[in-house]
Design a binder for this molecule. Structure first.
Ligand SMILES: NC(=O)c1ccc[n+]([C@@H]2O[C@H](COP(=O)([O-])OP(=O)(O)OC[C@H]3O[C@@H](n4cnc5c(N)ncnc54)[C@H](O)[C@@H]3O)[C@@H](O)[C@H]2O)c1
Length: 454
């Protein structure tokens, strides 16, 4: 097998990065988007979406990239096309297919004009059954051709985290390939083997198993996060308790592993919460017992209110509190379901003066938060606040010194959600340092612990 022409349909946060990565691995990429801005950006050698390192990657590979608004152009010029369009959740929590249906109609019409075999790969996250029962018929109706004979169809999601999409895409743990027909699976495996820098293995299966596996991976990871947050809560209540020590021990067990087992704050962002809710919806519809998933979601949504209650005990009515970290995680500009945004909103509605700062998400936070003053100058933010909440472990915050945090004040309280600040800060007598996930009062904790055996 030897082909070099691929298409990417939908050039947002994930698709835009795939365009750059595929081009960097030697493929000629025709990129399609319904957004003129995205198409123009790519044709000018610029990133169509915000992602770490993407501008440079697209610029370095612009000779291999052509962008267009015509699905037909892209399908006729390529042997395989990856579809990465939005699949927003509806009220029930299920992923919707309307954008995918539009894209597949256009692809179907183009397939009608194509003589050679073409593989269509859906990468977007969908409800199990969508690829075969909803989208395959759209391709067949609009092309007048038969799937498995004239063209092939796969469902193959990516496991990437925003902020590190390029690295994750090029170095996956494994490839998840759901295939309608063997030939399309072979075509996809050929591309994957040419893309991966790390010889990642492939798991091939039916479309439905792959659709389920994709959501289940994300949902399982959220359970690990919740578990670590539960341990963090318990560690605060036992003498000498330290969630990092306990998690390190758990992580040594190969059945568990250390990744995503660091208690700190709840999960947020555009994928984790909604994937968990969608899996629960799918399970309930199928008559499975998914109480585990609902409990996980409830548990996660309760973390921020509990933390607000706890922080409230450190605050006086006239305090100015600053929240450092407004995106749902470091290196991201996204504030969707961000616990930092929740903190700002809640503390401000309790009457505190709240300031916010984020290295990337300030503009979005300004639009979302009417009762919080978002400052573009970190130094000013630190100067004005006597209580500082460090909600994520961005280098911008972990590289600050004790004097930076103190600014023009004599003392300051710092709540360190991820226990990520340097020892200099922890040991400074002018700073009241509050790490989450660690016990701060051994004596009381020891007394409380005695209730376990008395
Ligand atoms: N972003 C992530 O971290 C991530 C991770 C895993 C899976 N996913 C899944 O990937 C899919 C896309 O996510 P995203 O974050 O890249 O979305 P996005 O909103 O950033 O980008 C989607 C792009 O598709 C374009 N588009 C919409 N309809 C189109 C059509 N008919 N033809 C061509 N282009 C079209 C939009 O203009 C946009 O540029 C979703 O299903 C998401 O759940 C995303």
């Amino acid at each position: 097998m030897d082909f070099k022409n691929v298409a990417v349909i939908g050039c947002g946060k994930l698709g835009g990065t795939m365009v750059g990565c595929l081009a960097s691995r030697g493929f000629n990429v025709t990129a399609v988007d319904v957004s003129e801005a995205a198409v123009n950006a790519l044709n000018n050698g610029e990133a169509p979406a915000q992602e770490n390192g993407l501008d440079e990657l697209i610029a370095a590979n612009k000779e291999k990239i052509t962008a267009t608004m015509s699905h037909e152009d892209a399908i006729l010029k390529s042997d395989i096309s990856f579809v990465i369009i939005p699949t927003p959740s509806d009220k029930s929590g299920a992923f919707t297919n309307q954008y995918a249906i539009h894209a597949f109609k256009e692809i179907g019409k183009a397939l009608a004009k194509k003589d050679s075999y073409h593989t269509v790969v859906l990468t977007s996250t969908v409800m199990p059954g969508s690829t075969r029962s909803v989208l395959l018929p759209v391709l067949e109706e609009n092309s007048g051709k038969k799937c498995g004979e004239d063209f092939g169809l796969c469902y193959s999601p990516e496991f990437i985290a925003l902020g590190t999409v390029i690295r994750d895409y090029l170095n996956p743990d494994f490839y998840l390939v759901g295939e309608f027909d063997k030939q399309s699976g072979d075509y996809l495996e050929y591309v994957n083997n040419a893309v991966a820098l790390n010889h990642a293995p492939t798991k091939r299966m039916t479309l439905e198993n792959a659709e389920l596996a994709k959501i289940a991976v994300n949902s399982f990871v959220t359970m690990k996060i919740s578990y670590a947050n539960m341990l963090a809560d318990m560690c605060e209540k036992i003498p000498g308790g330290n969630v990092d020590v306990v998690s390190d021990a758990l992580g040594m067990d190969k059945r568990i592993g250390r990744h995503y087992l660091t208690g700190g704050f709840g999960y947020g962002g555009p994928c984790f919460p909604r994937d968990n809710v969608a899996l629960d919806y799918a399970g309930r519809k199928l008559g499975a017992n998914t109480i585990l998933l609902r409990t996980n979601d409830d548990f996660n949504r309760n973390i921020s209110p509990r933390i607000v209650e706890r922080i409230n005990t450190y605050l006086n009515a006239d305090d100015t509190v600053s929240v450092l970290g407004l995106s749902y995680k470091p290196l991201s500009h996204l504030i969707e379901e961000s616990p930092g945004i929740y903190l700002c909103d809640s503390l401000a509605s309790m009457g505190y003066r709240v300031l916010g700062y984020d290295p990337l998400a300030n503009e979005y936070a300004k639009q979302a938060l009417k009762n919080t003053l978002i400052l573009d100058d970190l130094e000013e933010c630190l100067n004005q606040s006597n209580v500082i909440l460090v909600t994520n472990n961005d280098d911008v915050f972990t590289s600050l010194s004790a004097n930076d945090y103190l600014g023009n004040k004599d003392s300051v309280t710092i709540v360190d959600f991820w226990r990520c600040l340097p020892d200099e800060i922890k040991n400074d007598s002018r700073i009241t340092y509050v790490p989450l996930g660690k016990c701060l009062d051994d004596e009381t904790a020891a007394k409380n612990l005695s209730s376990l055996w008395n």
